[in-house]
Design a protein around this ligand. Structure first.
Ligand SMILES: Cc1cc2nc3c(=O)[nH]c(=O)nc-3n(C[C@H](O)[C@H](O)[C@H](O)COP(=O)(O)OP(=O)(O)OC[C@H]3O[C@@H](n4cnc5c(N)ncnc54)[C@H](O)[C@@H]3O)c2cc1C
Length: 449
């Protein structure tokens, strides 16, 4: 392929909404949610629609460059080196339409979960969003998508009913159960490997109110609470989804006094149906228990995830089972007296619908684990980053006897071997689809096939 100077080829795309190295807007354009990253793409393009996405792909290919879809950069770390890649940022494509009768949302590729929550709530409908309102619908849905209704409704990927994308040859394609069902299957779990997604359609569920909240203990109780919660969580009915976090909170004025500078264990979650399911947790005598009926949109901020960009680092593992020895290892490395500097070490409760293959599911059928471990925190210096990374690796090594191979890809902040996540058959299917729709590997995804 003849290399041409990418600058003139890209400069006029998207009505001029392109930032190139050296431009005033380049530094702002290349940054995303995780400020610890220093992504330096060949260009950042802001298309307004699918036709502009196609133009970007054609121009990038002609310049010998790759393209990567990016909404918020919440999972930008595994993209790695983007110096030969045009980032296609979809922040100019955030339109959301709700069909209340069909209970379907249609979102442009740059929509955030808060956009959907706000549009669906007046109709008494809710989507299978996750714990952060500012995560992008597209990346979350292509990677799986595990939220507060996960144990009753499964992964968001499997509530997606149609995906529109521009493939590496510049074609605008609509995929669903009838139209290229193999590509539709691959996209739902195989991530952003197959093209630049321009729109999604997915199911909504009727829900106006829900029982949700948190319970809190001092972290000196960590061993007792993790033991009791994990026993309860394994056999809990599908209508409840919870998370347990060991947290070390900074002494920030912004935090309520009961949290400021404290080390705690927190269980939060949502219950559809009889809240008596929480009785065994209430019997653990939490210092604070806020569970009660709330409007369904309140789930968006139940977890109090950070919404503004910040420098962070995280790691994850699939926990097959959590016997007493595993809990002891975890508390030794992340609990009182451990010397850990991790801001949060979280276990998300799996099982329920996450264990069952939804009919018509995509490549991500479910989550093969009792719990997903997610841990990390703020990194303000190289020393902090090294300390946190070392601690996370130690925890993963200590828990290795109880982990499953593979990854919950949405939480994987490193480049991982994607093949470990899928069955041999599913991996072969994903590779076949990738070879068919992107034989020159033009599309650069966070978790590469
Ligand atoms: C604070 C926080 C809370 C989170 N909570 C949850 C949670 O509760 N449940 C859960 O499952 N996950 C959660 N996640 C993980 C989150 O789902 C992933 O980081 C997800 O990839 C973010 O999607 P995004 O589009 O916002 O991110 P981006 O970094 O913009 O995109 C991630 C990847 O998605 C693909 N992609 C995005 N847009 C396009 C496009 N238009 N075309 C093609 N590919 C595209 C690309 O491969 C891209 O590299 C959380 C992450 C954070 C940081």
């Amino acid at each position: 392929m003849t290399m041409i100077d990418p600058v003139p080829a890209l400069r006029d795309l998207c009505g001029g909404a392109v930032a190139l190295p050296g431009d005033d807007g380049y530094d702002a354009a290349r940054s995303g949610f995780n400020l610890a990253l220093d992504q330096r793409p060949a260009a950042v393009a802001y298309p307004a629609d699918a036709a502009e996405v196609a133009e970007v792909i054609h121009a990038a290919k002609a310049a010998g460059l790759r393209v990567a879809g990016q909404a918020t950069g919440h999972n930008a770390a595994p993209l790695g080196d983007v110096s030969g890649t045009v980032l296609v940022k979809t922040s100019g494509m955030r339109r959301v339409e709700i069909d209340p009768a069909a209970r379907i949302a249609r979102t442009e590729a740059g929509a955030l979960w808060e956009d959907v929550i706000d549009a669906a709530a007046p109709h008494g409908l809710i989507a299978l969003h996750g714990s952060s309102p500012t995560v992008g619908v597209t990346g979350y849905s292509l990677g799986g998508g595990m939220g507060w209704l996960a144990r009753s409704h499964g992964l968001q990927a499997n509530s997606v009913t149609a995906i529109e994308l521009v493939t590496a040859d510049g074609q605008q394609v609509r995929t669903d159960a009838q139209h290229d069902p193999e590509l539709f299957w691959a996209l739902r779990g195989g991530g952003g490997n197959f093209g630049i997604v321009t729109a999604l359609e997915f199911r909504l569920f009727p829900l106006r109110e829900i029982c949700a909240g948190f319970m809190l203990w001092d972290w000196t109780e960590a061993g007792r609470i993790v033991t009791a919660w994990s026993e309860w969580a394994k056999d809990a009915p599908d209508h409840v989804t919870t998370s347990l976090r060991i947290m070390q909170l900074p002494p920030l004025e912004e935090l309520p006094e009961f949290l400021r500078g404290r080390r705690i264990v927190m269980i939060d979650g949502a219950v559809q149906g009889d809240p008596a399911v929480l009785d065994p947790l209430r019997a653990l005598a939490p210092e604070l228990d806020t569970f009660g009926t709330v409007p369904a949109p309140a789930l968006a901020r139940l977890h109090q995830d950070p919404e503004d960009p910040m420098p962070v680092m995280a790691d994850t593992a699939l926990i097959a089972t959590l016997p007493a020895e595993a809990i002891a290892e975890l508390i030794d490395l992340a609990g009182p007296g451990s010397g850990s500097s991790l801001d949060a070490v979280e276990l998300r409760q799996c099982g329920g619908a996450l264990r069952r293959a939804t009919p018509g599911h995509g490549a991500a059928a479910g989550v093969n684990a009792d719990f997903v471990l997610f841990m990390g925190g703020l990194v303000l210096s190289h020393e902090m980053a090294a300390e946190k990374k070392g601690r996370m690796l130690e925890i993963k090594a200590a828990l290795a006897p109880w982990t499953n191979a593979g990854h919950y890809l949405n939480f994987a902040e490193d480049q991982v071997d994607m093949s470990e996540t899928f069955s041999t058959d599913a991996w072969a299917r994903l590779c076949d689809v990738k070879d068919r729709v992107d034989p020159e590997n033009v599309i650069h995804a966070n978790h590469a096939i």
